[in-house]
Design a protein around this ligand. Sequence first.
Ligand SMILES: C[S@@+](CC[C@H](N)C(=O)[O-])C[C@H]1O[C@@H](n2cnc3c(N)ncnc32)[C@H](O)[C@@H]1O
Length: 378
Amino acid sequence: MDDNLDCPVLITGNEQSRFLSERYGYKEWMISRFLNFIPYPEKMLDYIHDSKNLHYYIRVNTLRTNPQELKRRLGDKGYHLNETILKEVFEIKNPGFGGIQIKDAGITTAQLNNNEDNDNKDAVTMQKGYDLQSSKDSDLGLKQPSIGSTIEYLKGYYYIQDLSSCIAVEELEIHDGSGLVVLDMAAAPGGKTTHIAQKLNNMGAIFACESNSNRLASLLFNLSRCFVQNTAVLNMKAEEINELELRFDRVLLDAPCTCEGIIMKDNSRKKSRNLVDLETCSIRQKKMIISGFNVLKPNGLLIYCTCSFAPEENEMIIQHLLSNHKDAQIEPLLYGMNGLTSFSKYQFDEKMVYTKRFYPHIHATNGFFIAKIRKKPN
Ligand SMILES: C[S@@+](CC[C@H](N)C(=O)[O-])C[C@H]1O[C@@H](n2cnc3c(N)ncnc32)[C@H](O)[C@@H]1O
């Protein structure tokens, strides 16, 4: 369990990885890695390949409405909402762009790359669907505005957000009226910040860090759209949070990552990332998690998550924290598949099974990783 881990771990390709990378259009290094740690990797590649398997979810904003009322309103407009394991999250069967591919909806890769996060992509895609609807409604067979363009969306009654992202916030153990002080270390465009605000019922306080000033507008827009009134936005690197001399009851680190888990929604990621990107992300994640843990109060909770499959961005980051902070302990999570306890030549802490992984072909979500860490009381 030493912390001297090579990153990224290099895995040699073989005939199978060559065949699969050609068949599905990936860089081979990604496939040779997937074959090593993803359950039923060929099934996943096949599943991701078919856009009919895409799942979309919305989270009800309880600062504005409640699940029954939203279901009724959207039902009246022809949307089909199914319940999920979380009572505030619905799966939406007909999000309103009639099965149009991202490419067909006129969104360029450049636009997508500007969005580092998974959930915002859903919203962008669906808003584009509406543009198309106004011009070519009959061609596309759309019967209602896309779910990213309804009056209810604009009024902040819901947020388009993957189920896995919502589970991460649920695990922060925030209860209504608890008056907690929460740090969101990587906030734009605000999916998880707005979720935390509703969990707090707009009480307590949220400090939302975002280092990229180009992404502040989307964050501020969503905070305002969703009626959030307890959040201070900080345009800074979250690694520097210690300088503010604040301490937090909860810390969320939805870390900037290689986003392997959203290839289904952004095909360009099959080829656009390389091993250096993986290394860069991993280095930054290590710095961020240590900074976040340092400002956590004793007995406080830190949730770390990524939309990546890579152990270098997931279990290895948690191992780095455990190796550097004896007062960090992993707590169990309710949903998902157990985290890896080993990868390549490395063995991780035995409690790494408490961390959870989500896979599109198993959980019908984005690829996602969540770890829950408690700081031991003094
Ligand atoms: C995965 S996205 C966050 C998505 C967001 N939590 C949500 O649920 O909508 C990661 C974000 O971290 C930001 N970021 C990258 N490096 C950062 C840093 N050092 N400090 C703070 N934010 C950072 C990126 O610009 C990006 O907006």
